[in-house]
Design a protein around this ligand. Structure first.
Ligand code: HPA
Length: 269
């Protein structure tokens, strides 16, 4: 596996001049961030050795290198979900490669369903903890060169980055919530009782991504910042049928706020 990470990294470095300091996984709500990245160099996933291929809509994902807020960044346009049929090593393969490319921070975004009754549709929630109900991506032989067998998870989400984000939000008059993200396999959205269960176990929101990437990043001691858009509510009395299209639509509405926070955070790193 180590050889594969190195092979993929060497290929990317042979094609790209940018040496990225920050990795960004563009989930729902951050698609627009690409427009703000300057001096872009782009690689399609399909051309990168060992990279998984996106199954969504038949279009392949891209790695976009460039500059954002004065920092050299690499953005993943298109991420891999367990529900698509990838195994957890495939889901997290790109994060390993980003670390080998030299990133010092990982930024992640996603869409999720709020189970905290104080949340509203369209809110942004800074993730400060998670409950991972997906298979753990570190199951299997540990590679000591990457990180320890039993990684600590007491500070999975960097307090410094959370403080930075809150400062940016306050300065720009953007409301942000903070809380715990529960990750499930999907692809089904939750039944009312499942939403209730996720609230009872300590969740503020539930989604189908992010924790695998965060676990692998923390295995390698990368500081992580993650933020979620609440696209629907799993709160008694407020539960309605959810569609993927609605999730995308609400994601778009929150895009400006999310993009601004991420862009401004780059300047503060
Ligand atoms: N549940 C799971 N994943 C989601 C949801 C949800 O309600 N909304 C957006 N992603």
């Amino acid at each position: 596996m180590l050889e594969k990470f190195k092979e993929t990294t060497a290929y990317i470095q042979s094609k790209i001049k940018t040496a990225p300091e920050v990795g960004i996984i563009l989930g729902t709500g951050l698609g627009g961030l690409v427009r703000d990245i300057k001096n872009q160099e782009v690689l399609e996933y399909k051309d990168i050795p060992n990279f998984p291929l996106s199954t969504v809509d038949g279009h392949s994902g891209k790695l976009i290198f460039g500059e954002l807020g004065g920092k050299k960044v690499v953005a993943m346009q298109g991420r891999f979900h367990y529900y698509e049929g990838y195994d957890m090593k495939q889901v997290t393969f790109p994060v390993r490669v980003l670390k080998f490319l030299g990133i010092k921070y990982l930024f992640v975004s996603n869409a999720s369903g709020g189970v905290n009754p104080n949340f509203e549709i369209g809110d942004l929630m800074i993730i400060n903890d998670h409950i991972n109900l997906l298979p753990n991506p570190l199951i299997g032989l540990n590679i000591p060169e990457l990180g320890p067998r039993f990684p600590d998870m007491s500070d999975a989400y960097s307090k410094e980055l959370i403080d930075l984000a809150k400062g940016v939000a306050k300065k720009n008059d953007i409301k942000v919530q903070e809380g715990c993200y529960v990750a499930t396999t999907g692809p089904t959205f939750e039944t009312p009782k499942e939403y209730q269960y996720f609230r009872i176990i300590g969740g503020d929101t539930v989604g189908m991504s992010t924790t695998p990437e965060v676990i692998v990043a923390r295995h390698m001691k990368l500081p992580v910042f993650a933020i979620s858009i609440i696209t629907d509510l799993g709160v008694p009395g407020k539960i309605v049928a959810v569609t993927h299209e609605e999730v995308q639509e609400i994601g778009k509405l929150a895009e400006k706020k999310m993009t601004l926070i991420m862009g401004e955070m780059m300047k503060g790193l």
